[in-house]
Each structure stands twice: as structure tokens, then as C-alpha cells.
Ligand binder design. Sequence first.
Ligand SMILES: Cc1cc2nc3c(=O)[nH]c(=O)nc-3n(C[C@H](O)[C@H](O)[C@H](O)COP(=O)(O)OP(=O)(O)OC[C@H]3O[C@@H](n4cnc5c(N)ncnc54)[C@H](O)[C@@H]3O)c2cc1C
Length: 309
Amino acid sequence: MPKNIYELIIIGGGPAGITAGIYGARYRLKTLIITKDFGGQIAKKAVPIENYPGFKGISGIKLIQKFKEHLENFKIDTEIDSVVKIEKINGNFKVSTENGKKIESKVVIIASGLDPRPLKVPGEKEFIGRGVSYCTACDAPLFKDKTVAVIGGGNAGFEAAIALSRWVKKIYILEYGERVVADIQNQELAQKTGKVEIITSAALKEIRGKNFVNSIIYQDRKTSENKELKVEGIFVEIGSQPASAFAKDLVEFNERGEIKVDFETFQTKTPGLFAAGDVNIGKYKQIITAAGEGAKAALAAYEFIKKSK
Ligand SMILES: Cc1cc2nc3c(=O)[nH]c(=O)nc-3n(C[C@H](O)[C@H](O)[C@H](O)COP(=O)(O)OP(=O)(O)OC[C@H]3O[C@@H](n4cnc5c(N)ncnc54)[C@H](O)[C@@H]3O)c2cc1C
């Protein structure tokens, strides 16, 4: 094997990717993890994790630190970068990144999970990092004593509001539907903070500001009237979408853009290309299932490499 070719490239540094990395290293595969960040969705979780065995009530950031420390016990290469394309050339995979790198490997595990679903309204892109946030756990302290809006009245929106209440003065939760859909426990916890005002039937239209956000415009869907709310922060909690577009030439998607795999090996329709964790069509998307799939995909990748030698 030429020196500059990896045996295994893993795309993603969440629970699935880190676990695949640990297994790849334990099986002595020449492994590279390419990821936009180490953490993925759980690093953004605002309230403690209660269902990962062995770690009762741990914060997402702490849990992922533990995963990463474990990975660092092994010798594998890592690159902080974003994958933009995967191709198959002369029997190997060529992975291209945003920073212009082209790296080859025998097999690839896609573990790129889910990205937050964007609002797609004027002002959103312009004010990212200047009032618009997709990560309450990361950004809440920046909004101390301010008034903010959480867009989305599901569990994620309410959990974000509960976490924000430690820092901010007031929180509007905007929900598109006629009623919020969060669990009753989350609704009660949010109301107990005394800082939350819920606005239903609200369609966000625009984010306004100068250097930073200073208001949002939403349409009251009952009256069709446009209304303005003075807010200095917007936390987007309207769900997520698979981070899978870079693989489009080599995999098959379902209607949601999730990658189809065979659940015995987590292989996609392209031999040697695997997909583990939230990015695939698996129904139950959790930390433990993502980690388990990362392990299984790495074991299948090892067998694939052994057979092809
Ligand atoms: C608000 C919230 C609360 C949650 N609470 C819980 C809970 O309490 N318990 C639980 O079990 N689960 C919970 N989950 C679900 C859990 O976080 C996910 O199931 C799990 O993180 C999936 O892991 P993953 O590795 O498949 O993907 P992700 O965690 O999404 O990680 C994907 C990784 O891929 C990287 N990536 C993406 N695109 C690219 C690219 N193009 N190039 C390079 N890298 C890329 C990302 O940067 C990231 O590092 C929660 C999720 C959310 C959003």
C-alpha cells in the first residue's frame, strides 16, 4: 500500500465517528478522522444526558470530552475540516475537503450525523455569530440579561429555553403550529422559570439588525398580521437534517436524505463505504445507538479490508 493512502477514513467526530476511530485503532488500521468538530450534536445539548450507561446526569460537553480522551489513547490521525465530496477512483476512495485536501483510503465510514435545519429567512446567514445561534449550550452565556427568541416549540426548543433562563432576562418561544409539541414536563419546567412567553401560530419572516440582531418579524398566522419583537438573540431549534450531501454520487438516500445501509454491516450500496449513526436510515437516533453502529461499521470495515488483501 502506498504510504500516503489510509486504510480507513472516518468522516465525523460525534459518538459514531469517535467509536469507529477507537475500533479502527484497536484493529491497527491506518486511520484518519476528518471532522468539522469533535462533539457533534451532544456537545450542543443544553441539559444533562440521563441515558448513557455509566454516566448518570452528565453534560454533553463532559461526555464527549471523555470519548475524545479515550480516542487520544490510540495513535490515529485527525483533521479538522469539512468533507465536500467522496469519489471512487481505481478501487480506492478519494475524499475532498473544504480546505482543498484530497486524501485516499481503502474504506470510508460516514458518521457525519445531523446538521441543524436552517430557518431560511432573510437575515439568518448574515447574523450567524452575531445574534443567531444553533447551539444553546455553547452560546447562552453570551446573552446575559438580554431578551432572546427560541424558534421551535418542540422538546429541543423548550430545553433550550430552560437552559437559557439561567442567563437571559426574557425568552419568547415561537411555534409555527397552533400549539407547542414539547413534553408536558418540559413545558412545566419552562413556565416555572417565570421568563418564558410562548407565541403560537407564528411564522418567522425576517431577522433584522445592524451589527447584531435587534428584532425579528413574524406573521401571526391567525390574523396574517406581521409583528415585530425586539430581541437580541435567536436560538434555532426547528430540527435537523442529515449531513449527507457530499456522498450523493455513491449512496442511495431515503426521502429525508438519510443514507440507506444494510443493517448487518452498515455498508452502503458502494462496497467499502459504510454509514453509521444518525446519518443513516436507522430509526432510533441516540448516543448509544450511534456509538454501537460506529463500532459495528469499523468491525465490518476491518473484515472488508482483510478480505480484499
Ligand atoms: C438537543 C439534543 C438533545 C439530545 N439528547 C440526547 C440524549 O439525552 N440522549 C441520547 O442518547 N441522545 C440524545 N440526542 C441524540 C444524539 O445527540 C445523537 O443521536 C448522536 O449525537 C448521534 O451521533 P452521530 O455521531 O451519529 O452524529 P453527530 O453527533 O451529529 O456527529 C456528527 C459529526 O460529524 C461532523 N460532520 C458533519 N458533516 C461533516 C462534513 N461534511 N465533514 C466533516 N465532518 C462533518 C460533525 O461536525 C460532527 O462532529 C440529542 C440530540 C439533540 C440535538
